[in-house]
Ligand binder design. Sequence first.
Ligand code: ZN
Ligand code: ZN
Length: 671
Amino acid sequence: MNAATLQPPASDDPARTAERLGPRLYAIRRQEEEDRIAEFCQYVSPKFTYIKIHLIRPVEIAILKLFGLYARGRREFHRMEVVENDIAVPGLPPALEGYTILQMSDLHIDIDPSLVETIAATIARLRYDVCVLTGDYKNLTVGDSSEAVALLKSLRPSIRTPAYAVLGNHDTLDMVAPLEKGGYRFLLNESVVVGRGEGKILLAGVDDPYIYKTHSIENALAGAPPADARILLAHSPTIHAEAEAAGFDAMLCGHTHGGQVCLPGGYPILNNDRCPRRFISGRWTHGRLQGHTSRGTGGCGLPIRLFCKPEITLHHLRRANPEAIANSPSSDLRPSSFVVRPSSFPRYRGRLAPSPTGALHLGNARTFMIAWLRARSQGGEVILRMEDLDHPKNKPGAAAAAIEDLRWLGFDWDEGPDVGGPCGPYVQTARRALYADALGKLVRDGRAYPCICARKDLEAAQSAPHVGETLFYPGTCRGLYPSYQAAREAAGGRLPAWRFKVSDGETAEFEDVFCGHVAQDVSSFCGDFLLAREEDGAGYMLAVVVDDAAMGVTEVVRGDDLLETTPRQLLVYKALGLEPPRFLHVPLVLGPDGFRLAKRHGDTRVAAFREAGVPPERIIGMLAHWCGWAEEGESVSLSDLVGRFDLSRLPRQPVVWRGGTTPFANENMIG
Ligand SMILES: [Zn+2]
Ligand SMILES: [Zn+2]
């Protein structure tokens, strides 16, 4: 029978597989598999399958090519994203705190053999304690499985832990024996106990519940020993209710591919499951059951993905009581990363990040021009991200106007709010969940706390006059409030902000590509700094770090007014376990009074020049002249400047704008 086994002996023959799955269920599945093959053969010549395989694919590809989506879909197919998910388990023993399960799903690996390499490269940098695979190893539901088996075997050495697997609806019972010889262990309505130290996790796996319906949680749990955490592996989320009733802490599944081909923003056009939408992709809960549906690591049908990146998931076990987690000694067991830079961005990735708080002016335009040329001169990609978290200052229509101004000047971008892309959404207010997630990690790790101090009180308390916007914070609220709620009650109506806890003497240093070595003692420069002003962590300092990491930005090019904030961001990168990008800070355009370009320096809005009939090449020529890449008065298009980009000619001093209110009245307005 199917008593739970601590280490199920491998199947080397079908009889053994039958015994493990249960003879009755085995017979049902075997018969179904044969029926499908028969059906397939029957249709091969005139009907459905023939048409689907031999005709629809080229037609689909042609249609996608027509819309320019095929190449993009191919690229996205290899842009693995490492998704992190916490599983809270009441009473989890300290030995299991941070225990990490690597999940892969829906590899359909024979659709594109190069997936083996992409997966291997992605998981090489990850830390995990065990690997699980939740079904669909093969592309087609029928036909030869030997290529899929061979490819999976070639992937196995890249997985550094035991690997447990369940069957999906694309897989056949014949695959079990060869794959087990290749180092995978199937859970055929069976359980296994894994863990660390004294901690024990029951990993139960059931057969495909979607097409074959030969799953049996009851068999999988028969004779199962007690464990500290109980996790179910199943190909599809269809059986979430059964899983909850059986008392599992968590259920890991796949099958839906998250849609695989989605509308911009990740909205699935089709999904192949019977579940309500919330079970289709990512984290969900059903009663006390915490579930996760992987978007899949590969994909089937066509080897493409659109607006739905392939996923490799790291599930971290956490004690359900957050206080216990904060006090846990096992901080070295915590995951090393929050969002992992997608390994499949081999190229330079830069970004333009306008804020819709005002119109694009010559100063912003020059910084964006440098950032854009820096990327394009290296054949790199450009992302446009709208940094709109500063609600009170946002101007209606400013986001659309910034895009219009940039386009008019000749900018383009590969990903952005108006064109979509694999790392979307590209508008910060639509990314709040990510910031909340990062903030949660910082709070758990004791690196962030709520603060109810008002800015005017802090200003009054400064002993020396402060420069710019950075105030030193003496840590008044540190350790005072156990939760945001408690701080809010103490604040009497004012909303608390979040601060980052800086240790005594904590410094950060980096090599700026343009400014050279920068080092700052953050603890004495600003102390515990502001991370965000909103309860969910949406705020510049946290958001910029999370977004640049999640979008795979390799280098940040921006104005040197932000240079002094970079050390703070580096501390946030470090606390989240993220690898920071390179930084290149460039001098700003200033008014004659030495201050950042503002209204009093005249109308320097790009739109004002456009309305006055100044051609974009003339503006670009002037901005390029300020960088040493064009003659004075020269007209040049942005794309023509790509070949002239040269950082060594960029002046180290700020540009001083002397145009007054009548730009282009004479050519002596800059100096
Ligand atoms: Zn699948
Ligand atoms: Zn499936």
